[in-house]
Design a protein around this ligand. Structure first.
Ligand code: C5P
Length: 221
């Protein structure tokens, strides 16, 4: 069964998707990491970020290895570089590029086995429109900024909550305004607001939704 988790930046998707996949014993695909890997590779190789064909060739290159649970760039685990400020600042050009999206969508679809928890922005709308369960995870801007501030402070001591809120609002606008692959709530998605939920409660709700979807499908697996 394919379970998609979409939602805005810092909505807690990655943690929720990882925990859900762990509880179910299923593979977990973080598609944001794929866009990050292409951006990092382009920065390392000096690829022109406005050259869509060159970016798409990089996205398709076997030197960028993607499996559920792991990303390798030129033969190595990129580690924290995937979430560096340089990547954050350049990723919009990569994620907005239709040719890159076409390549990565195909690579994501090719990774789907029988069971998968996949997270991103377009998983339920574009990549797996027939997914058995689609979840849209969200939280208020203030909650998301509070959750994110700790990470930002590690990188940038002195950062303020207001700055983080502005940055998230800009990312939301980018995600929603993208011509292809924009962040939208699929018509058949279940929405989960996580403002008042702990990560454990989010996981419990998601597991319950998967169980209900399995029962509805008659599989019982
Ligand atoms: O989820 P994360 O913040 O790591 O995503 C990194 C970037 O990749 C974001 O800018 C997001 O808009 C983009 N992205 C995307 N489509 C996806 C997943 C992420 O455009 N399916």
């Amino acid at each position: 069964m394919i379970v998609t988790l979409d939602g805005p930046a810092s909505s807690g998707k990655s943690l929720a998707a990882r925990r859900l996949a762990d509880r179910l014993g299923w593979p977990h695909l973080n598609t944001g990491a794929m866009y990050r890997a292409v951006t990092l590779a382009a920065l390392e190789r000096g690829v022109d970020l406005t050259d869509g064909a060159a970016l798409a060739a990089l996205a398709a290159a076997p030197e960028l290895e993607f499996t559920p649970g792991s990303v390798r760039v030129f033969g190595r685990d990129p580690g924290p570089a995937l979430r560096s400020r340089a990547v954050d600042e350049s990723i919009k050009l990569v994620a907005d590029c239709p040719a890159v999206r076409a390549v990565l969508v195909a690579r994501q679809q090719a990774m789907a086995g029988e069971d998968l928890v996949t997270e991103g922005r377009d998983q339920g709308t574009i990549v797996f429109p027939a997914a058995a369960l689609k979840i849209y995870l969200t939280a208020s801007l203030a909650t998301r900024a509070r959750r994110r501030l700790g990470d930002v402070l590690r990188d940038r001591p002195g950062a303020t909550l207001d700055e983080v809120m502005d940055d998230l609002a800009r990312r939301d606008a980018d995600d929603q305004g993208r011509a292809i692959g924009a962040l939208r709530i699929a018509a058949d998605a279940v929405q989960l607001h996580t403002d008042d939920l702990t990560p454990e409660e989010v996981t419990d709700r998601l597991v319950a939704l998967v169980e209900a979807a399995r029962a509805a499908a008659g599989g019982g697996r």
